[in-house]
Design a protein around this ligand. Sequence first.
Ligand SMILES: [Zn+2]
Length: 511
Amino acid sequence: MSYARVLCVGLAGVAGHLVEVEADLSTGLPTLALTGLPDTALNEARDRVRAAVVNSGRDWPNRRITVNLLPAALPKHGSSFDLAIAAAVLAGAGELPAAPLDRVVLLGELGLDGTVRPVRGVLPMVAAAARAGITRVIVPAGNAREATVVPGVTVRAVDTLHRLVEFARGEAALLDPPPAPETTEPPGPDLADVAGQEIGRYALEIAAAGGHHLALFGPPGSGKTMLAERLPSILPELDDDAALEVTALQSIAGMLPPDGRLVRRPPFQAPHHSSSLAALVGGGSGLVRPGALSLAHRGVLFLDEVPEMSRGTLQALRQPLESGRVVLSRARGTTEYPARAQLVVAANPCPCASPAGDHACQCTPLVRRRYLGKLSGPLLDRIDMKINLLPVRAAQLTVATEPAEPSTAVAARVARARTAAAARWATGGWRVNAEVPGHRLRRPPWRLPARDTAVLHDALEIGVLSARGFDRCLRLAWTIADLDGRDRPAVGDVCEAYQLRMGEPTTRAAA
Ligand SMILES: [Zn+2]
């Protein structure tokens, strides 16, 4: 037999497609031709596969070899096709019986010595194989754990090409994936560590309950980062679909821990303000890496010192934040990644960032206005709450005898509020108040009495509140009522929502 066919998977974004790898061996000048839109890394597969076969103690067939990847129209990236190419060539040459590999997806990169190396994106590849009706996969040993989180697929692993050949010949067994880790995900930072900061903690709770975007302003040491980092700890765990999606994105980024467990905690991403555009939105050659925006999908994107970010960067963030997805255009086609993240931005009150009360700051009011002015406009208009944090006084830290309320207690209130909101909006399919379209809140049966929303109408009238801001205040008011266990927002909730929106001290903070 001089023809063989094995299966592999190609990725386009998080979506994968079954790829058939055909090998045809004919008489003629010994060459290896690869067809079917291979990118550079795939072209290099030629040399890797040849060396790996020879160094595994097999004869390289000295014939004219054509390897074709189908469907040809699909772009194919990266090195994950190596193992399938080698298997197809060896099966075509009669070195390896093809029957044991029938309807089996093979994934893996080959080292020149014949070892099988881990690749990025194994989880979404296996998930795609399962969707296509495949029930057996063979993956690199280093990726075996993550492959097992896909239900309905039998996962076996290989460490060397030699083992795959021996297996097909019935001379050796494949490797079993390592057992599931017994420990649970290590706990993240907890709100119990945050002393004082009642208004900050309260805003964080509202943000978690309603899915609202949040801006934190305050001098260094006022706890902006501490608060932002703890938002995931009060959000509900990811459900099965979301967990698979988030874990798949981390797999493509190559940042899944070796135990390869399903990620259940909402992710937290805090890209530096000087991060490149590629680091933020995604990029790179071969299999395009998702950026921080997509790695924060279903979780929190924290932008610290946001006035330091370039206008171009802030501009590039706007569209994905609005649409919930990142579209990256490349010569070989576009890649799309989901990017539905909750946004927390933080800023110092002035560019010199002196701690409050420190006389070193000589920034003029004009400089301060300009600094924060960079934030104004479309990005800030999309942020629901603006919170001014005061520095924590030493007294608050030392006098506090009781530890602050832990994340679990806050998370329980958040979960209750979210359940109430999800039940109310079930017909529209919205899970949190932040997702509800403004017109739904402005029409019966959800319209609030005019006397209760007078503060918003007045602000709209004199132009201090935009139409978008008006709707954001309504959503916030609903969340405040949900957290308080009430059916509908009262006038006090609307006022408080307005204060949170405008960055004014709220009645609650003063209490
Ligand atoms: Zn200053």
